[in-house]
Design a protein around this ligand. Structure first.
Ligand SMILES: NC(=O)c1ccc[n+]([C@@H]2O[C@H](COP(=O)([O-])OP(=O)(O)OC[C@H]3O[C@@H](n4cnc5c(N)ncnc54)[C@H](O)[C@@H]3O)[C@@H](O)[C@H]2O)c1
Length: 307
């Protein structure tokens, strides 16, 4: 199968490529290395990696020539903080270029577009926990969330009455090896890195804010399953398990046999108090379920950081 992956040198994208390479696939990857790394794709197999915006004129021509069967669209300006500081940059990568990509896909023989949307940012503070697809309320609180939400809508409208089906997957907080432990997101990697170096992790606010941490390999299996189903999807991909930041820090402390306690700093603006996704619909429609619990996933992150 011919598969296009945008954002393939990123955290989730590189795990996806690794998995896709284990089957007989021909893969074309675009990544401009805004946050992705060439080293993430140090693997062998039938793939071509182009370092460029997927929405540049040259890239769109390449995509047209490649004529993919499936497109996994993961490329994004992926930082909420950057989107607040530079909404125009966010709009360029997360709305404008994706529109051009969809236009090319609509002219091709591509049958499926799988898009990684964001369960934690496309809507505001949820009133129902765990939040199902139909429970989402309020408007996004960041330009990143606005772009993800609007692109969801554009995908639905633009693919209407076409042969291109979509799977929009609203991911919860994804964690795993290769997630940047020095960034401002990816609290599992950040905390694990701190404990490994005997430094105090920082908790913003009282630490009672909760998240739904889903392991990257579980996300990859959902993406791949979705790509094989000839149906439109709008699904949450998370564990449905609520974990507070305090609990996360405590279980890491136990796991690493550490005596170190977190430092508390004032809460950051725009962060949700609670965010946990109901995954019932994905379990049914994709015949999928998360296989990793947080302890197992944390061990993988820890081993990766040590290596
Ligand atoms: N990590 C999470 O918890 C999470 C949660 C919800 C949604 N998502 C979404 O999943 C996708 C992957 O996220 P990630 O965590 O791997 O982040 P990431 O930053 O590691 O991956 C995004 C990749 O896209 C690349 N990129 C950005 N703009 C591009 C462009 N115009 N052309 C080509 N490449 C471009 C970046 O260099 C990077 O490699 C993103 O769409 C993100 O918004 C992630």
């Amino acid at each position: 199968m011919k598969i296009l992956v945008t954002g393939g040198a990123g955290f989730i994208g590189s795990h996806l490529v690794e998995e896709l390479l284990s089957n007989e696939n021909e893969i074309l990857i675009f990544d401009n290395c805004l946050t992705g790394k060439k080293e993430n794709l140090e693997m062998t197999g039938n793939f071509k990696f182009i370092i460029d915006d997927f929405g540049s004129e040259n890239s769109l021509e390449e995509i047209e020539k490649f004529d993919p069967d499936v497109c996994f669209h993961l490329a994004a300006q992926s930082s909420v903080v950057v989107s607040v500081e530079n909404p125009a940059l966010d709009f360029e990568h997360n709305i404008l270029q994706p529109i051009k990509l969809i236009q090319v896909l609509l002219k091709s023989n591509c049958k499926k577009l799988v898009f990684t949307s964001s369960g934690g940012t496309i809507f505001g503070e949820p009133s129902v926990i765990p939040t199902a697809e139909e429970d989402y309320a309020d408007e996004p609180e960041s330009p990143y969330g606005v772009a993800k939400k609007r692109l969801n809508e554009l995908i639905k409208i633009m693919t209407n009455n076409s042969n291109l089906k979509y799977s929009i997957l609203n991911l919860s907080n994804v964690y795993g090896p290769r997630q940047d432990p020095h960034g401002e997101a990816g609290v599992v990697s950040i905390f694990a890195n701190k404990y490994l170096n005997n430094e105090e992790p920082i908790i913003y606010g009282d630490g009672e804010q909760s998240r739904d941490y889903v392991y990257v390999k579980d996300v990859v299996s959902a993406l791949i399953k979705a790509s094989t189903i000839d149906k439109n999807h709008f699904l949450n991909i998370g564990t449905g398990v609520e974990t507070s930041v305090n609990n996360l820090a405590n279980s890491m402390k136990r796991q690493f046999n550490s005596e170190i306690n977190p430092i508390y700093k004032p809460a950051r603006e725009g962060e949700l108090n609670r965010s946990v996704l109901n995954n019932t619909k994905a379990k049914k429609e994709l015949d999928w379920k998360p296989e990793y619990n947080l302890d197992e996933g944390m061990k993988q992150v820890f081993n990766w950081l040590k290596a």
